[in-house]
Design a protein around this ligand. Structure first.
Ligand code: BGC
Length: 991
C-alpha cells in the first residue's frame, strides 16, 4: 500500500500569502514493499477542512475548489492546481490519494493548506508612509518607531497582516513580536520588486483597543552597500506599507492600513547597518510603545510617501530566521589586552548579550573571523565593514538586561568585548546563527575525518552565505550576490539544502536587473550597477563570462535537481537575452574577445619567477562559457517544447565549439595555454570532437602531475576539475587532489583549522601569515563546489537529465583515495535517497535507498553477475530488481523503489579499486623535493643517486617545493632523464 505524506505547495509546507495563481502541489509517498509506483492520483482542494472531509468521504458538498478526479499519472511533484480561480486571502485545504501499479488505492493523506495573498497590487488599500521629519541621509540615523492604535470589535475570526517596507522592518502587535523572521522584507531588486510578507495574527488581535508597532532599519535599501562606501543605493527614505485585515465571524472585513494616522519617533537603535553593526541605547526605549493605551501625543506624525505599489510582490521562498544557537567555547586575553570569546565556529548572525550594571554602561562587541598570529582580533580583512555592536544599559540593579541586534548581521568566530560591567563569562554570550530557512536535505560522510570536516565547512559556508541572497561572503564590505560564485556553487547547494524556492526568488531578481541588451550584472541585486561611480556603473559592472552565465546555469541546475519546468519557462526570456547578448559580442569567428572578464578568478599562481604561472586566457574562458550556455539553452528549449529555438541554439553552440577548436586547440591536442582550467573547460563543456577528448584528458592529468598533484585552478576551473578527471577514467588522480593536505588544496584550510571554506587557497599561509587583507574572506563558498563531487562521484548519487528531480536516480559510486567507506543521503523531491558503501578486504558493499515512485540504475564495480549478491542472495531479477547485466568490468542493475544491499564478492580490495593508480601521498617524479626528502626510502634513493652533497647544494631551499621532474631543466648535469627513471623505479618498488 502506498501512503502519501509531506504535502507541499510551491516547495513550502502550509504557506500563507501566496500570489501564484496556479500553485504547484507536491507529495511524497511511502510503501511497505519494493518497486512501488504511483500510477494515478486524485487531489481534492476545498475551502474548509469540513468541506474537504465531506468531499473525501464521498458526500456531496459545496466549497470544493478542485477535484482532479482520478488522474492517470505518475506525477507527484509540482502538480499545478487546476481548480476554480482563487481569490485574495483564500485558504485552500487539500488532500491527495494515489493508486499504485496494482491499482490499489491509498487512503487520503493528512490534509495540508495554502493561503492566497493579496494577489494584485490593486488590493493594497494602505499607503506608503514615512516619518514626518527630515534627516541627514548621508549617515546612519536612529531607527524610527511607527505606531498606530485602533479598535476592533468582538468575534474576530481571522487576522492577517500584509507588510513590507523600504528598508527593513520589525513588526509588533499588542506588545508581541509578530514573527521570528528577521531582516524582512529581505533583499530584492528593489526598483522592480519588493516582497511583502503575510502573517497570521489572529491570536494576537483582540476586541477593543489594539496597537501595531513597527521599527524600521536602513538595511540593504539605504545603508552602506558595496565596496565604494556609498549609501542610499536603492532610495534614501525608509517607508512602511502595511495592511491588517480583520475578518469577523459574520463575514465583515475591516482593514487597518498604514495611513496618515500613524505616529513616529526616533527609537533606541542609534544606528543599524548591515556592514557596520548596531548601537542600541536601552535608556531610549519607549516602554509600551507597541501596546494599546500608550500616549503618543509627543510623537511626530507621518507623511504619505509616493512610491509604487505595483512592484510589491508576495514573498517567494523562506525568510531569514534564527537557526541555531552557539555558545562560546573559550575566552582569552589577547596580547593587546582584548577580552576575546571564541565560538569555535566561523558563523553568521549576531551575538545575544546578557549583562547587569549601572545605567549608561556601554558594552562594545567587535566581531572577527580569525585571530592574528599574536592572538589579537584580526579585522583588517573586513575592509570598511565595522561589524561592531554596542549596547548601553538602562541599569536594572535586580535584573539582567538582554540585548540582540535587529538590522545587521556579522560574519565571525571571535568577539572582543569592551566595557562589560563585570568580568564577562562564557554564559553571557550566545551566538545566534541566521540564514534563510532553507531545510537541510543532504548529508555526506566518509572514512576520512578531514574530508568530513571539509563537508562541514561547505555546509557552514552555505549557511553563512544564504542570507536571503546567495552572497560571496558575509563579513567584509561586500556580502553581494555575485553571480559567478553562485553558479559554481549551486549544484552543491542543491544537495545540502532545499534551495529551489530560494533560487526562484533570486533568479527573478536576476531577470529584473538584466540590462536591456541582455547583459547580466556581476551581482544580483545589482548594487554595483546602482553605485554608478567611475569604477562601477550599470554597464561596466555587467557582462563577465562565467558570471553572467548564472542566468542559464542556475535555472538548468534547479531543473535537474527539482524537475522544475515552470522556473525554466519563467527564466526563459532572461536566458535567451543573455545568449543573444553573447552572440552580439562576437564577430563572424564566434570567439569572444571583447569586454571585461574576471577569468579564472583567484587561480593558484606560483610565486617562483622561474616557473610561469598557469594563467588561462580570458578569450578561452569566455568562448567556452558562450558555447556551454548556448548548449544548455538549447537543452532547455527542447524541454519546453520550443523546437525551433532548440535548433537555432544548438546550431549556434556547434559554431562556437568549432570556433573554440579552431582558435584554441592545436592539431596535437594542446589547448590554449596548456593550463588545467583550459582542459577542464574544454572537456566538461564537451567542446572537443570525440577523437581529441582522451588525449586532452591525458594532458590534463599530465598538468596535474606536473603540479605535484596539486590544482592550479581558480573559481572557474575548480568546480569541474575532479568531475572531468573521474569522467575520463582518472578518478584516482581526482582523489589524489582531494587528499592533498598541502597548499593549494581543499584540505589545506582544514588542516589549518578552518570551519568554513576560504576565499583563497592560502587565506592563512603555511608560515601563519595572512593573504592580502584586501581580499581574504574566511567564509566564501565558491571553492566548496567540490561538495558536488563528493555527493555525485564519491557517494555516487546523481540525476538523469532525462528524468530530472531524481525521478530516475543514478547510483555510481567510485571508490578510491584510501577511503574505506562513504555515505550520502538526500531528501529528494520524491523522498529519501541513500547511497552508502564500504570496502573491506574481501568485498565491496553498497546499500541504497530508492524513493517510492522513482527507479534507479546502479553501477557496481563487479566483473560479472556471479560476483554480486543482494541481501546476501545471488542476484536475480524480481523483488524490485528489474534487470542486471555486466559489461566493461561493471555490473549495471535496474531497480524499482526500496532498500537494497549489494555485495560484490570475490574481489579483494585492490581489485575493487581497479583503475586506482594513485593513492594519497604517493611519491613519484612529480613529487616535490620536500615531500621526497621527508620520506626515508625516497631520501635514501635520492642520496644514493646524487651523493650526500645533495642537501648541501647551494640554493636547495629555493627548489624544495618544485616537482623533481621540473628540476631537470635547471640542473641537467645532475638530474638526467635516466636518473629520474631510476629514482621513480626505486620509489615504485619500495615506497
Ligand atoms: C568577490 C567574489 C567575486 C569577485 C569577482 C570578489 O570581491 O568576493 O567572490 O566573484 O569579487 O570579482
Amino acid at each position: 500500500m502506498l501512503t502519501p505524506y509531506d504535502l507541499t505547495c510551491e516547495y513550502l509546507t502550509n504557506p500563507i500569502g501566496m500570489d501564484v495563481r496556479r500553485p504547484r502541489l507536491s507529495w511524497k509517498t511511502s510503501a511497505d514493499r519494493r518497486s512501488a509506483r504511483q500510477t494515478a492520483y486524485q487531489v481534492l482542494v476545498a475551502e474548509s477542512p469540513s468541506g474537504l472531509e465531506a468531499a473525501s468521504t464521498g458526500q456531496t458538498t459545496t466549497g470544493v475548489l478542485w477535484d482532479s478526479s482520478r488522474e492517470m499519472s505518475s506525477a507527484s511533484v509540482q502538480v499545478p492546481y487546476a481548480g476554480s480561480a482563487l481569490r485574495p486571502g483564500q485558504r485552500c485545504y487539500w488532500q491527495v490519494r494515489v493508486w499504485d501499479e496494482n491499482d490499489a488505492a491509498s487512503g487520503w493523506s493528512d490534509s495540508a493548506y495554502w493561503e492566497m495573498g493579496l494577489m494584485d497590487s490593486a488590493n493594497w488599500q494602505a499607503d506608503w508612509i514615512t516619518p514626518d521629519w527630515d534627516e541627514d541621509v548621508n549617515q546612519s540615523q536612529p531607527a524610527p518607531l511607527l505606531r498606530r492604535s485602533f479598535n476592533l470589535n468582538s468575534d474576530i475570526l481571522a487576522a492577517r497582516v500584509y507588510v513590507t517596507s523600504l528598508g527593513l522592518y520589525e513588526l509588533r502587535l499588542n506588545g508581541q513580536r509578530v514573527v521570528d523572521a528577521v531582516l524582512t522584507p529581505g533583499w530584492t531588486s528593489y526598483d522592480h520588486r519588493i516582497q511583502y510578507q503575510t502573517y497570521d495574527v489572529t491570536a494576537l488581535a483582540r476586541e477593543g483597543e489594539n496597537a501595531l508597532g513597527v521599527m524600521l532599519g536602513d538595511g540593504w535599501y539605504r545603508g552602506y552597500m558595496g565596496f565604494t562606501g556609498q549609501r542610499n543605493l536603492f532610495g534614501n527614505r525608509l517607508a512602511l506599507l502595511l495592511q491588517l485585515q480583520i475578518t469577523y465571524t459574520d463575514g465583515r472585513v475591516e482593514i487597518i492600513g498604514s495611513d496618515a494616522l500613524w505616529r513616529a519617533i526616533r527609537g533606541p537603535i542609534q544606528m543599524a547597518d548591515i556592514y557596520m553593526g548596531e548601537s542600541y541605547d536601552t535608556r531610549l526605549e519607549k516602554p509600551g510603545w507597541d501596546e494599546a493605551g500608550y500616549n503618543d501625543a509627543d510623537w511626530h506624525g507621518v507623511r504619505l510617501f509616493d512610491h509604487s505599489k505595483e512592484i510589491v510582490v508576495a514573498q517567494v521562498g523562506p525568510a531569514v530566521r534564527r537557526q541555531e544557537q552557539i555558545r562560546p567555547v573559550r575566552s582569552l586575553h589577547s596580547p593587546k589586552g582584548e577580552i576575546i570569546f571564541d565560538f569555535g565556529q566561523n558563523m553568521v548572525g549576531w551575538v545575544k548579550v546578557r549583562a547587569r550594571g549601572p545605567a549608561g554602561t556601554t558594552i562594545t562587541i567587535r566581531h572577527a573571523e580569525v585571530l592574528d598570529q599574536q592572538g589579537n582580533l584580526y579585522t583588517e580583512n573586513l575592509r570598511s565593514a565595522r561589524q561592531i555592536t554596542r549596547f548601553t544599559l538602562k541599569g536594572t540593579p535586580d535584573a539582567d538586561e538582554v540585548f540582540e541586534p535587529h538590522f545587521t548581521f556579522q560574519g565571525f568566530q571571535y568577539i572582543a568585548v569592551e566595557g562589560f560591567p563585570s568580568e564577562p563569562t562564557l554564559d553571557d554570550f550566545i551566538g545566534i546563527v541566521l540564514h534563510s530557512a532553507i531545510p537541510p536535505t543532504g548529508t555526506f560522510e566518509c572514512s576520512n575525518p578531514l574530508i568530513n570536516q571539509l563537508q562541514h565547512n561547505i555546509v557552514w559556508g552555505q549557511k553563512g552565505n544564504f542570507v536571503d541572497v546567495p552572497t560571496d561572503c558575509p563579513q567584509r564590505d561586500e556580502r553581494l550576490g555575485w553571480t559567478g560564485d553562485t553558479q559554481v556553487f549551486i549544484r552543491t547547494a542543491c544537495f545540502n539544502m532545499d534551495v529551489a524556492a530560494f533560487f526562484t526568488k533570486w533568479l527573478r531578481d536576476l531577470s529584473a536587473d538584466q540590462l536591456p541588451n541582455g547583459s547580466v550584472p556581476f551581482v544580483i541585486p545589482d548594487a554595483l550597477g546602482r553605485a554608478n561611480t567611475e569604477i562601477a556603473s550599470a554597464s561596466s559592472s555587467a557582462g563577465s563570462s562565467a558570471w553572467g552565465d548564472a542566468a542559464v546555469i542556475c535555472p538548468w541546475t534547479i531543473y535537474l535537481c527539482y524537475g522544475d519546468t515552470r522556473l525554466l519557462e519563467e527564466q526563459y526570456p532572461s536566458m535567451v537575452a543573455w545568449v543573444n547578448y553573447l552572440r552580439s559580442q562576437v564577430d563572424q569567428d564566434y570567439v569572444w574577445r571583447s569586454g571585461f572578464h574576471f577569468g579564472d578568478w583567484l587561480d593558484y599562481r606560483g610565486t617562483w619567477s622561474l616557473i610561469p604561472s598557469p594563467v588561462t586566457n580570458l578569450e578561452l574562458i569566455a568562448t567556452a562559457f558562450f558555447a556551454y550556455s548556448t548548449e544548455l539553452l538549447a537543452n532547455m528549449a527542447r524541454v519546453l517544447g520550443k523546437t525551433s529555438d532548440a535548433q537555432i541554439y544548438s546550431n549556434l553552440a556547434a559554431k562556437v565549439k568549432a570556433a573554440f577548436k579552431n582558435e584554441f586547440v592545436s592539431a596535437a591536442g594542446r589547448i590554449g595555454p596548456n593550463t588545467q582550467t583550459a582542459y577542464v573547460l574544454a572537456l566538461h563543456f564537451d567542446l572537443l570532437p570525440e577523437e581529441l577528448r582522451s588525449e586532452a584528458a591525458a594532458r590534463l592529468v599530465e598538468e596535474v602531475r606536473k603540479a605535484n598533484y596539486h590544482l592550479t585552478t581558480g573559481f572557474v576551473g575548480t568546480p569541474y576539475l575532479c568531475h572531468v578527471l573521474s569522467r575520463y577514467g582518472y578518478t584516482d588522480v581526482a582523489y589524489e587532489l582531494l587528499n592533498q593536505e598541502g597548499f593549494p588544496s581543499w584540505l589545506y584550510p582544514v588542516k589549518k583549522g578552518a570551519t568554513t571554506i576560504w576565499e583563497r587557497w592560502d587565506g592563512i599561509k603555511p608560515d601563519g601569515s595572512f593573504q592580502d587583507a584586501g581580499m581574504n574572506s574566511f567564509n566564501h563558498y565558491a571553492y566548496g563546489a567540490i561538495g558536488e563531487w563528493l555527493y555525485r562521484v564519491v557517494a555516487g548519487i546523481d540525476v538523469d537529465p532525462a528524468e530530472p528531480g531524481y525521478k530516475h536516480v543514478l547510483f555510481q559510486p567510485q571508490c578510491g583515495g584510501g577511503l574505506t567507506k562513504a555515505r550520502a543521503t538526500l531528501d529528494s523531491p520524491y523522498g529519501l535517497v541513500v547511497s552508502a558503501w564500504e570496502l573491506t578486504d574481501a568485498d565491496f558493499r553498497l546499500s541504497i535507498t530508492v524513493p517510492v515512485n522513482t527507479h534507479a540504475t546502479i553501477r557496481l564495480p563487479a566483473q560479472s553477475l556471479d560476483c554480486v549478491t543482494e541481501g546476501g542472495q545471488p542476484l536475480t531479477v524480481g523483488d524490485g530488481i528489474l534487470s542486471a547485466q555486466s559489461a566493461d568490468g561493471a555490473t549495471i542493475i535496474e531497480v524499482g523503489s526500496g532498500n537494497y544491499q549489494f555485495t560484490t564478492t570475490g574481489l579483494n580490495r585492490v581489485k575493487a579499486m581497479a583503475g586506482v593508480r594513485h593513492v594519497a601521498g604517493r611519491l613519484d617524479r612529480y613529487s616535490s623535493l620536500r615531500d621526497l626528502l621527508a620520506n626515508e626510502t625516497a631520501r635514501v634513493a635520492l642520496i644514493q643517486l646524487f651523493g650526500p652533497d645533495l642537501l648541501q647544494a647551494p640554493m636547495i631551499g629555493m627548489v624544495m617545493d618544485t616537482p623533481l621532474e621540473q628540476l631537470i631543466q635547471f640542473v641537467p648535469h645532475l638530474l638526467t632523464a635516466e636518473k629520474l627513471n631510476a629514482i621513480e623505479a626505486a620509489l615504485n618498488s619500495t615506497v
